[in-house]
Design a protein around this ligand. Structure first.
Ligand SMILES: [Zn+2]
Length: 288
């Protein structure tokens, strides 16, 4: 029942729900579990001839957390029935191209999500004026509109699809996920059906965190270790579950980066389609 209702709701539900307002998560007790788990995961992926990099302390990671991260949703023209709110997070293709052009003209260099996480965790250098582009929810427009634009500019990005929508009309197919992956894009998880992690209980942790990671890994044929929180929302209680599910890093929206778990609370902003290039570049400077 829930699944059918969910699918019937289609994209509008998520256009209405992927962002958040206000802030409810405050800084809280320190735990190093995520850093430890992330460090061992990364070390296992390091070529054996190289020494394992030394992960930074939370304070060091927090100090590096100044790289702008942008979050987009659907890349398409407005439709008559799009709500006023939806029109703030739908990006028409020409607007996306203009914003990407502004990044290029402003001397910004989009980097991959793993490169950013390596920088945060280990201090690996990034190019001048780095920025990370991310696309949430799994709209088919990520393959049909975002990918061609990114290819035109030679920019990498990260995509965070909900797994419940995969292979459904108007959403990414498994083949399109593999196409994005093969094009050098990073695929991360965004829960099964967009439940807020600060409201999960019992078996929902596995359903919303472990299973989507396994599903995506099965489609792509390699591990997936990044997460974007549905609605951008998180709380302290969720962070140990995120780390235990095997996520190396996780992206939120507007809360301050957590000083104890900065890798699991990476900040992003959502550039509305009304931002021209100059406005976008100004926010990259002022918001990070
Ligand atoms: Zn979302």
């Amino acid at each position: 029942m829930r699944r059918r209702d969910f699918l019937a709701a289609g994209g509008a539900l998520f256009l209405a729900g992927c962002s958040r307002s206000g802030s409810s998560s405050a800084a809280a007790p320190t735990t190093s579990a995520a850093e430890s788990a992330a460090a061992s995961t990364s070390a296992a992926a390091t070529p054996t001839e190289e020494p394992a990099p030394t992960p930074g302390t939370p304070a060091e990671i927090l100090a590096r957390s100044t790289v702008p991260v942008l979050c987009f949703h659907q890349i398409r023209e407005f439709r008559p029935d799009d709500s006023a709110y939806a029109r703030t997070i739908i990006t028409p293709p020409a607007v996306l191209t203009a914003q990407l052009q502004a990044l290029r003209d402003g001397g910004h260099t989009p980097v991959t999500a793993p490169a950013l996480v390596d920088h945060l965790q280990f201090g690996t250098p990034l190019p001048d004026r780095p920025v990370l582009l991310t696309f949430d929810d799994g709209s088919v427009t990520h393959a049909t509109a975002a990918l061609p634009a990114l290819r035109e500019f030679g920019f990498p990005a990260a995509f965070f699809p909900m797994t419940v929508v995969l292979d459904k009309p108007d959403w990414l197919s498994s083949d399109q996920l593999r196409e994005l992956d093969a094009a050098g894009m990073t695929i991360g998880a965004h829960s099964w059906d967009h439940q807020r992690v600060d409201q999960l209980t019992g078996g929902q942790w596995t359903e919303q965190l472990d299973d989507p990671r396994a599903t995506l890994a099965g489609i792509l044929g390699h591990p997936v270790d990044l997460l974007a929180y549905p609605h951008g929302m998180w709380d302290q209680e969720a962070l140990p579950h995120v780390a235990a599910a095997g996520y190396r890093a996780a992206f939120q929206l507007s809360d301050p980066t957590d000083p104890a778990q900065p890798l699991l609370t990476i900040r992003r902003i959502m550039p509305p389609p009304t931002w021209d290039g100059a406005t976008l570049l100004a926010h990259l400077e002022s918001d990070f």
